[in-house]
Ligand binder design. Sequence first.
Ligand code: ACO
Length: 331
Amino acid sequence: MPRTVFAAVGTYVPERVVTNEWLSTRMETSDEWIVQRTGIRERRWVEPGTGASDLAFEATKRALEKAGWKATDIEAIIYATLSPDHMIPGDGCFLNAKLGIPGVPAMDIRNQCTGFVYGLAVADAWIRIGMYRRVLVVGAEVQSTALDVSTRGRDVAVIFGDGAGAALLEATDEPGRGVLSCHLHADGRFATDLWCDAPGSVYSPRSSVQQIESGAIYPRMEGQKVFKHAVTKMPDVMREALEKNGLTTGDLKLVVAHQANMRIAEMVQRSLELRDDQVFNNIQKYGNTTAASIPLCLAEAIEARGVQRGDLVGLCAFGAGFTWASALLRW
Ligand code: ACO
C-alpha cells in the first residue's frame, strides 16, 4: 500500500502588516496586553476585495514551483477554510478555476483550526487506497473581514490573521517515509463556545441588520474554556499518535502545533516535555490563521529545524467544534 509524503509546502500572506500599535488606535488594547496574553506582535490582513481563494492560489503556485509540478499534475483538491469567499460554492471550486484545472475534484472542509489535519487524513486515505497519487491540501483564511475591530470585539480581533499554506502530497512506495497515522476528534457539546452565529440557515433571511448591529455576525469565544481544552487536547492527541505507532516524544524531530496562542503552544510543549529545538512557532508574525496555521508554520519549521528525509514530524491542532486532531509522519 502506498504511503503519503509531502512533495512541497508553499505559503502566502498578504502584504499589509497590522501591528498591535495600530490595533491600539482602533480599540482599548495595548501591545503589552496582546503580547503577554497571546505572544502575537503583528499579523497580516488583506486589502478589501481579496478572498481566501486568492491567498490559496498564491500559496499553491509557490508549492508547485518548489515541487517542480504543473497545476495539471494535481489530481484532487482538499481545501480547508472557515472563511470561504462566498456561501456557495465551496472555495475549492474557485481555486480549481484559478489553477485552470477543470474536472479535477475539489472538496471543502469546515473544521476550522483542525481543518488542515482533517484534510491531510482524507488525502492520506485516498492515496493509500490508490484513488489518487497527487493531492493538494490547502488551508486558507481571510479572518480580518469578519472581525469586530472595536473594543467590543477586542478579545477575538487581536488574535486572528489572514494567510494560506498549501501542501502537495504524493504517493510513495519508498520504505521508511510517509504519513504513519492521523487521529481525528470532535465534541459538539462545545459548539457555541467558539462560533459565529450568523449568517446561518436557521435564520430567514440568513442575516439581518439587527444581527449586524448586535454583533452576531462576528466570531465569539469563551476564551478561558478554549484555552483549557486546547492545552489538554493537543498533547493528548499527539500522545495518541505516538502510542499507536510505538514511539515516544524523544523520537520526534519536530512538532508543529496549531498556532492558536503562544501561551497555548508553550503549555503544549511543556506537557509533551519537548525541547525548544523540537518545536517551532510563528504566531508572533502571523497571529492565529486557523486552517492555514499548520502549513504556514510547517513550511518555516522544516527550514528552521533542518528536517531531513525520514525524520519524525508530528502535527497537532485544536479548534472550534470543539475539534482536535493529530498526524504523525516520516518526512
Ligand atoms: N486588550 C485589552 N484587554 C482585553 C482584551 C484586549 N485585546 N481582550 C480582553 N480584554 C480584557 C477583558 O475585557 C477583561 O477585562 P475585565 O477584567 O475588565 O473584564 C480582561 O482583559 C481579562 O479578560 P480575560 O478574558 O479574563 O483574559 P484572559 O486572561 O482569559 O485572556 C484570552 C484572554 C487571551 C483570549 C485567553 O482567554 C486565551 O488565550 N484564550 C484562548 C483563546 C484562543 O487562543 N483562541 C484562539 C482561537 S481558537 C483556536 O485557535 C484554538
